[in-house]
Structure formats: structure tokens, C-alpha cells
Design a protein around this ligand. Sequence first.
Ligand SMILES: Nc1ncnc2c1ncn2[C@@H]1O[C@H](COP(=O)(O)OP(=O)(O)OP(=O)(O)O)[C@@H](O)[C@H]1O
Length: 232
Amino acid sequence: MIEMKNIQKYFDEKMVLSSVDLLVQEGEIFGLLGPSGSGKTTIINILTNQIEHEAGKKRVEASAFEIGLMLDSDELYERLNCLENLELFARIYGVSHKKVMETLENVELTHVAKKEVSTLSKGMRQRLALARAMIHTPKILFLDEPTSELDPVSSRHIHEMIKTLRHQGATVFLTTHNMDEAVKLCDRVGLLYEGKIVETGNPYDICKRHGAIKTVPDLEKVFFKMTGANLI
Ligand SMILES: Nc1ncnc2c1ncn2[C@@H]1O[C@H](COP(=O)(O)OP(=O)(O)OP(=O)(O)O)[C@@H](O)[C@H]1O
């Protein structure tokens, strides 16, 4: 379970999160949606103990070793090959070579196992970053925009991997700009706006309630309806 209660976060004088409340149940795929700069990455950083918050309470029911994290910048080692990137993490987590090879196969990167990361396509990099985040079969997986800039086929591939991990019992917390993705992938979403979660629920139900939301401009219209404020 993941919980935030009345979380506040400032960067210098600027308040980024004014009062964030959210609850993610075990085994859910939860999507955090919001415009650029609304604080989605900040929330992941707080939940994964990378930054401190100023007020409020948080709870992540998993030890550091039970958490998987994939950041927006994939943070792979450019000069190492795919296999070496995974082996490095596998050693830290005590994961066998067999599991590394299986994971490479699951993300369909066996044929480029010995290729240096700097030579991979964006889609391959994303798949490798996801493989690295889930190599130890985490209890909770945090994904910051896992399919940003990917073509539809690569995105679908990533979606399947995320769903497989969920079927194995993991809880997945991801950020996205894309409501269409949220409808396909997430059990529930939270809409982040002006430092607060202004709406949570099943993405399909939210779309039905507000009319179709497919793109960020659509989402902005919904925000306008809810808050009376423009996003830009
Ligand atoms: N280390 C930092 N120091 C100062 N300001 C920061 C820092 N990290 C984030 N911010 C600011 O906090 C706000 C929220 O940033 P954050 O990256 O969490 O947003 P986001 O919703 O993830 O955006 P995007 O969708 O563009 O990735 C932005 O205004 C950003 O400039």
C-alpha cells in the first residue's frame, strides 16, 4: 500500500505540492496524471525517499529492496552493454544469471544483449530500463513516464510488461501525460493540479463523467470545468 496524507513540498520559496492525499492499494496499477511541472516526479521522489517533504505523512509498505524505480531519464550506463547493465543490478539484489537472461528475453532484448547502450533505440532503452527496475521482482514499482516518446508498438510492449508484473502481485505507481494510456493500463488514476489531487477514480469512469479525455488539452478542459482555472 502507498499512502500520502496532506503532503506539502516547497522548492526554495515555491510551493509545488500544497496538500496531496492519495491511497494506492496493493496490486493496483495507479496512474498519476497532471500537466508538465505539476509535481508528478516530485511525488515519486518523495515516495522513494530521494527528497524530503516539508509537512504531511507518507507510507510505502515495502522495504528499499522491494522497490523498483524507473526514472524519466533512464539512467542506464551508456558504455556498458545491455547484459552488463542488468548484471550490475542483479548482483546488488542477489538475482541469478538465469533470471537476468530470462528478463532480457521477456523484454525481447536477447539479440542485443552484447550491444553498448549508447547504440540502442529509444524503445530498446526504455525496455532495458524497465527490465532493470523489475529484475528483482519488486513489490512496488515506480515508473516515471514509462512510455514517453515511444511509438505505439513499443508502448504496448511496455504496457504488457507492466501488466505481467501486476499479475505477479506487484503494485505499480506510474506517471503519464496520456489519458488514453491511463484508460488502457490503470485501475485508478489521480489528477494532480495546483499541488493537489483534484480527482481520483477509474480512468474510464472519469472519462465518461467528463466526456472523452484523450489528450492533455482535453485534460486541461476537464481541469477548467473542475477548477475554473486555466492550466497555462
Ligand atoms: N530540485 C528542484 N529544485 C527546484 N525546483 C524544482 C526541483 N525539482 C522540481 N522543481 C520544480 O517543481 C515543479 C514540479 O516539478 P516536477 O518535475 O515534479 O513536475 P512534473 O509534473 O513531473 O513535470 P513533467 O511532466 O514536465 O515531468 C516544477 O516547477 C519544477 O521546476
